[in-house]
Structure formats: C-alpha cells, structure tokens
Design a protein around this ligand. Sequence first.
Ligand code: ZN
Length: 101
Amino acid sequence: MSRSKKKLQPPLVTNLTCSKCGSNRIIQNAEIKPRDGGIPPSLSLEVLTGEKTMFGLGEKIEYAWVYANLCVDCRHIDLLVPEDDAEKLWKAYQDKNNGLK
Ligand SMILES: [Zn+2]
C-alpha cells in the first residue's frame, strides 16, 4: 500500500480504548470517503481564515483531513484530525474571530 503523496495521519495510540464503552477493539485512522469512490477525495474539515484569496473571490480556507476511529464492539466512531492540522485550524479560527487579516 504505497502512495506517492502520503497524508499526515494522527499517530496510532497503543492501548486505545473506546471513549464510550471502554473496549480496546478500535480500528484507528479509518479514512472517510464517499461510498461510491470516484473523484471526491477524503473528507476534510474546513475553517475560514479571514484572509482574502489571491483572486479576491472570497476568504481563504484552511483544511484538515478527517480520520475515524471505530469501536468494533459498540460501533461508536470518534472523528479526529492530525495534531498539526488541529493547531493550524485553531490559528485560522482565532485570526478570523479576532478580525485579523
Ligand atoms: Zn465502544
């Protein structure tokens, strides 16, 4: 399973337990994709930065890939993004809400 462009994933957690039922049967970092595959990429989380795009058509968006951890026993799903991406979105969110450009 080699890809030319590897996405940054959240680190695998040892002894991870389900946040809902406590089971340790967790499938980590499953990618979330449209059922029929095709052109649309994996789902991502988007946050407006407040910056104008270079084309002046709107505001710049920061995004992060979204991954899912599935508990096999209770079927609860936790969604998460890589840590660096979470920090990037937080900065964009703060800048936007502080009115910075
Ligand atoms: Zn569970």
